[in-house]
Ligand binder design. Structure first.
Ligand SMILES: C[S@@+](CC[C@H](N)C(=O)[O-])C[C@H]1O[C@@H](n2cnc3c(N)ncnc32)[C@H](O)[C@@H]1O
Length: 223
């Protein structure tokens, strides 16, 4: 979609447990990036509403959402190795059957691995705000990102974002309001638990804003 990425890979420390998880658990609970469309039925062994999370971080809230919603299947996408390792450990230790992880750029995962009109939801919780003006082009939410989200969501599907950076929240709002495929809603698919970055934002006194947009239209998948 675009050459600019929304992240810079931090080296960070990978703990021995995270490293072991990346090696031993990825084959079971991870999905390797490929240019081919994923078959959710083969992945989860059933047909259920499918939700993709972009930037799951350390994955605590991702796991909590999957456990609170056994009726849906979840794909967490994260580029940061230690975060992916932590989430894999959590999936195994808590025996979470409706959650898988992809370690790759979520924009490419959406574009290449997700069938058009197949998602019940997209979660984007506390995306990197890239506050400096010259970095705004790195923000994951851009008009073409909203186009991609509109293509991948089923009619009736929900894009759910949260940010502790008011100017970025406003930016996300404007980008999605400008896309005719979406209408604003207050109804999220899930109640967002407190995420790690949200807690950090709250500690710093940042206001938290949640935004939800409904994919307009009717057809298969519409609720
Ligand atoms: C500020 S953190 C928020 C993490 C988590 N959602 C939370 O609220 O605690 C943003 C995360 O998004 C990830 N990220 C940024 N751009 C991404 C992309 N294009 N694909 C996958 N992950 C991405 C980063 O690696 C980082 O872990």
């Amino acid at each position: 979609m675009r050459g600019i990425r929304s992240y810079v890979l931090r080296q960070g420390r990978t703990t021995p447990a995270q490293k072991r998880a990346l090696e031993a658990l990825f084959p079971k609970y991870g999905i390797a990036f490929s240019g081919n469309e994923l078959d959710p039925k083969a992945t989860f062994g059933r047909t259920a509403p499918l939700v993709l999370e972009i930037g799951s971080g350390m994955g605590e809230s991702t796991a909590a959402i999957a456990q609170a919603h056994p009726e849906a299947d979840f794909i967490a996408v994260e580029v940061h190795g230690p975060g992916v390792g932590s989430l894999l450990n959590r999936i195994a230790s808590e025996n979470i059957s409706n959650l898988r992880v992809v370690r790759h750029d979520a924009v490419e995962v959406l574009a290449r691995m997700i069938a058009d009109g197949s998602l019940a939801g997209i979660h984007l919780f506390f995306p990197d705000p890239w506050p400096k003006k010259r970095h705004h082009k790195r923000r994951i939410v851009q008009p073409e990102f909203a186009e991609l989200a509109a293509r991948k969501l089923a009619p009736g599907g929900v894009f759910h974002a949260a940010s502790d950076w008011p100017e970025y929240a406003e930016w996300i709002d404007q980008v999605f309001v400008a896309n005719p495929a979406f209408e604003k809603t207050t109804k999220a698919l899930v109640e967002k638990p407190l995420t790690k970055f949200e807690a950090r934002g709250r500690r710093l006194g940042h206001p938290i804003r949640e935004l939800c947009f409904l994919r307009r239209g009717s057809g298969p998948g519409a609720r």
